[in-house]
Design a binder for this molecule. Sequence first.
Ligand code: FMN
Length: 314
Amino acid sequence: MNKITQLFNIKYPIIQGGMIWNSGYKLASAVSNAGGLGLIGAGSMYPEVLREHIQKCKKATDKPFGVNIPMLYPNIEEIMNIVVDEGVKIVFTSAGNPKTWTSFLKSKGITVVHVVSSSVFALKAQEAGVDAVVAEGFEAGGHNGREETTTLTLIPMVKEKIQIPLIAAGGIATGRGMLAAMILGADGVQVGSRFAASVESSSHNNFKETIVNIKEGETHLTLKELAPVRLIKNKFYHDVQSLYKKSPSKEDLMQLLGRARAKKGMFEGDLEEGELEIGQISGLIHEILPAEQIIREMIADFEIACAEKAKFEF
Ligand SMILES: Cc1cc2nc3c(=O)[nH]c(=O)nc-3n(C[C@H](O)[C@H](O)[C@H](O)COP(=O)(O)O)c2cc1C
């Protein structure tokens, strides 16, 4: 038992990060059934689609699972009400102010975790009353902080500031990565990219194949003027970089981005025109695997790495 396994009543302190267009009920329930904590990613779901995924998840697992809610969407109130209505017990909020919804969710008996990318916001989340914080470093896939603080530096700095349980995210796909984060002060880890390339991920196979073939250095954090996001360097990414050479306004960037780029890339499999979000650790992901195997291998690797302590003696 550690703080995270206790908080969520799970076997392993491994959380599958909520991921737009990737983490529906199939992935979330597979992770929960394997002893981790699966999260349904509400960010790419209309409210009624989210309700359906929650209901299917309840049928697919009797283990705890949660919902990730990026707070920047207009129908946020409806989403929150659905989560309460469906009896969801764990909510991870991101992309917004933790003060806005934490007390409402807590008043409904929900365990609340907030995702941050700096120690200043970690402290704000703690003050807002959340039960734990996810500190996500610059390496991570998806939307990210502007400051480019790496997981290696972020975790100990957040640990210095907060007393509540700490979950590390960004660049973790192996048991060794998990051990490293825990030695730095994390109580558990949130893993995104590794699960995006899982059998149960709802993303298009073109996207999954791209993840397992990608090499070190082929992602970049861009679009900082809008919402910073780490992207695979495909045609759309290069179009963005070409536009940057012309000193574009925010509106120019928004116009190029248009609507539904992430859906086009990750869900519909358009590798040229779509937005493909993935983390730096994708360079270490070589196979599309079932979620259960990902967790089993992470734990085995974690245990081997723990047993290698003698190797570090000098
Ligand atoms: C494809 C993709 C989509 C993501 N979507 C979300 C999201 O909707 N909400 C969120 O809070 N984080 C999102 N993330 C971040 C993950 O939840 C997780 O924190 C991150 O992937 C961890 O870093 P890693 O990719 O290095 O494992 C996304 C990440 C990826 C790769």
